[in-house]
Design a protein around this ligand. Structure first.
Ligand code: FEO
Length: 399
């Protein structure tokens, strides 16, 4: 049975949802699943914009055949060659051998890499090129590194729809809805949208900014990404989030305390700090055990908040390995413009704060507070004043 949604009078969503996949890219947990979006334009010519992951190919092909209603397929626009969107191109060409593939020079290089023996007719496009399909005019805008080098976005000038590839996408399967205004996005989707952006595209803030500036003059009425809902209202809401995330500006003034703890003593130190901060009126405090929290969630939170406290036991003369992994991910994903405070624990030689500071040194525009807090085994009553001073330093840095 087909399962499609109408976007406009002659544009349809024909993608699919995967609720079986445990980890997107085999890394990121997706307990709410994920959608792979694909769109069809029914004009004098018929156009398919991207395909889907192979996991949902059966549904997708049924959706495509139903939507075309016996018509042929003239074009396939390949905005992005990552296999979650290009996996079904070969199958579609077997069914619609006359379809021409539209892509840029890098797209066709990658098609050659993924599909060694596939024969097809190509339409090579470059920045700003347009294609008329009858009533619709499509403009192709290059979006390198949002998220791969070949990525481009397609602007339907007739309808004002930006088919935005991975940009503005999110984890989460679509439960029958297709528009962001059909859900409570801020309550139910924003965390997954942030986790998707920061972990998948977070490294490429400069390139995302370049794309946002390039499309700013366009009269965009809808954003149609390759994952998650389509935006037709409140576009400024998601554009503002993207602007903050891609410039590495915090969304919220708040404190994330990420601790590693083997026996609960460093956890106690983290909780005691959280209580003191809350007692002094600090809002928006979140405490995370790095051992029990997927690093993709830690990264998303590090993008969200202004202040980060890292608390680690000393382990093999360094920091706790899972904390080291979190710091390495912060480096890889280009976290910037944050204030960080460090706490450590060491029964005989506490070195974790120094090691964490060394690990964080490569991050841009990071302020590491001078005052660290260190315990030997557990927080003693004699250290309460010192912990308060540490807390005061964090609060002072938030003003
Ligand atoms: Fe959803 Fe970069 O692929």
């Amino acid at each position: 049975m087909y399962c499609t949604r109408k976007i406009t009078d002659d544009i349809y969503w024909i993608g699919g949802n995967d609720r079986r996949l445990a980890r997107f890219e085999n890394i990121f947990p997706i307990p709410r699943g994920v959608s792979y979006n694909s769109y069809v334009i029914l004009d004098e010519k018929t156009v398919l914009l991207d395909t889907v992951d192979y996991s949902v190919s059966r549904q997708f092909i049924e959706n495509l055949e139903h939507t075309l209603g016996g018509r042929g397929l003239d074009y396939i626009v390949v905005n992005h060659m990552e296999p979650d969107h290009c996996a079904v191109i070969g199958d579609i060409l077997l069914r619609y051998p006359g379809a021409k593939l539209i892509g840029n020079a890098k797209t066709f290089n990658m098609i050659g890499q993924f599909y060694e023996d596939m024969s097809y007719e190509k339409v090579l496009v470059a920045e700003g090129d347009t294609l008329s399909t009858g009533k619709h005019t499509l403009r192709f805008v290059m979006a390198p590194m949002v998220h791969w080098p070949e990525t481009m976005v397609t602007f339907d000038e007739t309808e004002g729809i930006l088919f935005s590839a991975d940009a503005f996408g999110t984890f989460g399967a679509l439960d029958g809805v297709i528009f962001a205004d059909e859900v409570d996005f801020d309550r139910d989707w924003l965390d997954d949208a942030r986790r998707y952006y920061t972990n998948i595209v977070g490294k490429y803030g400069v390139q995302v900014q370049a794309l946002l500036k390039k499309v700013a003059p366009l009269d965009i009425k809808m954003l149609a990404p390759l994952h998650g809902p389509v935006w037709r209202k409140d576009l400024d809401y998601i554009l503002d989030k993207y602007n903050k995330w891609s410039t590495y500006e915090p969304e919220d003034k708040g404190v994330m305390i990420a601790y590693a703890s083997m026996y609960g003593n460093t956890e106690n130190m983290a909780n005691a700090l959280a209580c003191m901060l809350a007692e002094d009126g600090i809002k928006n405090i979140r405490v995370y055990d790095v051992s029990g929290t997927d690093v993709s969630t830690l990264i998303a939170e590090a993008f969200r908040v202004s202040h980060i406290v890292l608390a680690s036991p000393t382990y093999n003369g360094g920091m706790y390995p899972i904390m080291e992994s979190f710091i390495n991910d912060m480096k890889a994903l280009n976290i910037q413009n944050r204030t960080i405070a460090l706490m450590d624990n060491g029964t005989w030689a506490a070195t974790a704060s120094r090691k964490m500071a060394e690990g964080l040194a490569a991050l841009k525009n990071i302020t590491i507070l001078d005052k660290t807090f260190s315990v030997k085994s557990t927080v003693l009553k004699t250290q309460i004043e010192e912990l308060k001073t540490f807390k005061d330093g964090i609060i002072a840095s938030m003003k």
